[in-house]
Design a protein around this ligand. Sequence first.
Ligand code: ADP
Ligand code: AMP
Length: 217
Amino acid sequence: MRLILLGPPGAGKGTQAQGLADHFGIVHISTGDMFRAAIKNETALGLQAKAFSDAGTLVPDDVTIGIVRERLGQSDCHEGFLLDGFPRTLVQAEALAEILKELEISLNAAVNVQVDRPLLMARLTGRRVCRQCGATYHIVFNPPPQEDQCGKCGGELYQRKDDNEETCEKRLDVYQRETAPLIEYYARKGILRNIQGDQEIDQVLADILAALQRDLT
Ligand code: ADP
Ligand code: AMP
């Protein structure tokens, strides 16, 4: 199964990605996670990405396309993959089409998780992430069993630097301008699956799996 997860920041892409990756036995590739790891490790990529990530704007297409091209060429992607947070521009979508053509594979579906802006703001500003395993929580909607501690691995929870109100508004504007046009792009390709993201986490997963039933060939 080869999937992309579309949807604005805070829609629940990362939350659903874990369940979907487990269900299909495929790798979860999040460009945001890749950039955050590079920033933490102070690599050359991290130095390039930091200012954009902190400001809530997009890392340039050539940089982003380069890391995805390299990642999709790795052997653990042969069984399938789930792209989370990529593509985010039409240029990235065209580049992805080119990469997949070179690899002689195609996407099964583009899952578009839909949530309205006020709820997105509440989700983003209340998000907490585990420093150790990357699990995602929300202080109100999906609280950890113990405050500031990951229920899966016991790691410390932190708030992403770009999850403050001002940067979240910026990220949602960037999404509207740069990424929302991809919905129409994948609809025209006939692989778009729209999902209501403002439901319980398990229900969203069930809806995605039901929508993918016809792509399971
Ligand atoms: P994205 O990867 O799309 O930016 P996340 O998966 O990180 O979004 O989710 C954003 C925030 O919303 C997190 O705090 C997460 O715990 C919470 N969340 C995700 N899905 C749901 C849901 N269905 N109901 C309530 N809260 C959710
Ligand atoms: P995310 O974790 O998906 O919310 O992404 C966090 C940040 O990483 C974004 O605000 C961008 O700065 C950067 N980023 C992640 N994915 C991409 C992408 N596909 N294109 C450009 N920038 C990206």
